[in-house]
Design a protein around this ligand. Structure first.
Ligand SMILES: [Zn+2]
Length: 184
């Protein structure tokens, strides 16, 4: 597996391209802005899906243009459909399969009602639910501090060595964030 990280837009959102190198099948997570910066990274790949971790504009700003180029389904949790609608809805426990890879959907409301994380052993794409040293904001329309606490508890149950790829800033691990108290 290969993970490309492209920082886009004024909020430096992390757009991730997750590639199954053998089959060259791949997905795009959060095409937040700057399609022109994202598109060259798709060369030679067969993109299967675009996944939006939650419905805030800095996570899908380049969606229209990327969708026009790739013509693949956009996946999102329906609880964020009041921000944006996808082609297919995701729910907790769903699996996203491409090449030999399977990502499991974990619904993690709190930052927004439809926030989700994507997990495959050793790796967690956490959107704006979990960052290095902190969790996502819970003072926005649709936020819930109580739901966030529950979601962080769910993430704390993942193995300590799981690498966390957040929606902004740098990667961390579940173990490191447990030590820092971020997941309490
Ligand atoms: Zn957000």
């Amino acid at each position: 597996m290969l993970i490309k990280i492209i920082k886009v837009g004024s909020l430096q959102t992390n757009c991730y391209i997750v590639v199954d190198e053998k089959s060259t099948e791949a997905i795009i997570i959060d095409p937040g802005d700057e399609a022109a910066k994202i598109l060259p990274n798709l060369a030679g790949l067969s993109i299967r899906y675009i996944v939006i971790t939650h419905g805030h504009p800095d996570h899908f700003g380049a969606l229209d243009e990327i969708k026009k180029q790739t013509r693949v389904p956009v996946l999102i949790h329906p609880d964020d459909n009041w921000f944006i609608e996808g082609d297919n809805n995701l729910k907790d426990g769903d699996e996203i399969k491409f090449g030999s890879l399977t990502l499991k959907v974990i619904h993690t409301p709190g930052h927004s009602q439809g926030s989700l994380c994507l997990y495959l052993p050793g790796h967690l794409f956490s959107g704006d639910t979990l960052f290095s040293t902190t969790h996502g904001r819970v003072d926005l329309p649709g936020s819930s501090p109580r739901a966030m606490r529950q979601s962080l508890k769910t993430l704390a149950a993942l193995p300590d060595d799981t690498i966390v790829y957040p929606g902004h800033d740098e990667t961390t691990t579940i173990g490191q964030e447990k030590e820092r108290g971020t997941l309490e």
